[in-house]
Design a protein around this ligand. Structure first.
Ligand SMILES: Cc1cc2nc3c(=O)[nH]c(=O)nc-3n(C[C@H](O)[C@H](O)[C@H](O)COP(=O)(O)O)c2cc1C
Length: 194
């Protein structure tokens, strides 16, 4: 799931790299398009508009989810939060391993914090986070990441998701705890994993 529509999006470039990495590990990728997700409407959660129903279906079928979103004005890009608000009622992210990333000027710390919180609030298991600062200095003229350390960190981020998917429930809970506790989230909220 990409939270930027920019043609030269750094977050999309990071997802492209991670996607290549996961395909190398024989994983199949589905894109979750949020461009046409309307403003969240609490009265429609049981019969959501088509783009929302499609998003739910893709998320529900996924072994794991990668989300890369910009930070705008000190917070998570609004369209991403709006899409995630729709997923609360469907429980489509409940106990699903999720890796979150934000590429942006200052490294997306506020966006990552908000992603971790809102995902944890709906029972998603955030198993990896990554912030990439000053992405334009780490990429070529087409926006593709070229800085070796950044490329390696994105690949490790994707690998962490794949690894978490294949873990037993106890190990996965340990991984989630390690990731979310620094954000002030009590891992007890996830209950027992199966
Ligand atoms: C409206 C707007 C607000 C922004 N606010 C922030 C911010 O609060 N923190 C930050 O680090 N970068 C901020 N940026 C810069 C973005 O991080 C940068 O443009 C980033 O590359 C956006 O992601 P994208 O390339 O995937 O579209 C902002 C950019 C825009 C357009």
């Amino acid at each position: 799931m990409c939270g930027s529509r920019s043609a030269t999006s750094a977050n999309r470039a990071a997802l492209d790299l991670a996607t290549d990495r996961i395909r190398q590990a024989s994983g199949a990728i589905r894109d979750v398009t949020i461009d046409r997700i309307p403003m969240f409407h609490p009265d429609l959660v049981d019969d959501p508009p088509d783009p929302v129903a499609t998003m739910h279906a893709v998320l529900q079928a996924a072994d794991g989810v990668m989300i890369a979103a910009p930070e705008y004005a000190g917070g998570l890009a609004g369209a991403t939060k709006n899409a995630l608000d729709w997923s609360v009622g469907s429980a489509s992210l409940y106990h699903r391993p999720v890796a979150v990333l934000s590429a942006g000027t200052t490294g997306g710390g506020f966006a990552i914090e908000q992603l971790v919180r809102t995902l944890s609030w709906q029972g998603a298991l955030v198993v990896a986070t990554l912030g990439i600062s000053a992405p334009r200095t780490k990429s070529d003229a087409n926006g593709r990441f070229t800085d070796p350390a950044t490329v390696a960190s994105i690949e490790r981020w994707a690998d962490d998701l794949v690894e978490a998917i294949s873990m037993n429930p106890a190990a996965r809970l340990e991984r989630v705890t390690h990731v979310v506790v620094p954000f002030g989230i009590d891992a007890a909220r996830f209950g027992e994993l199966t």
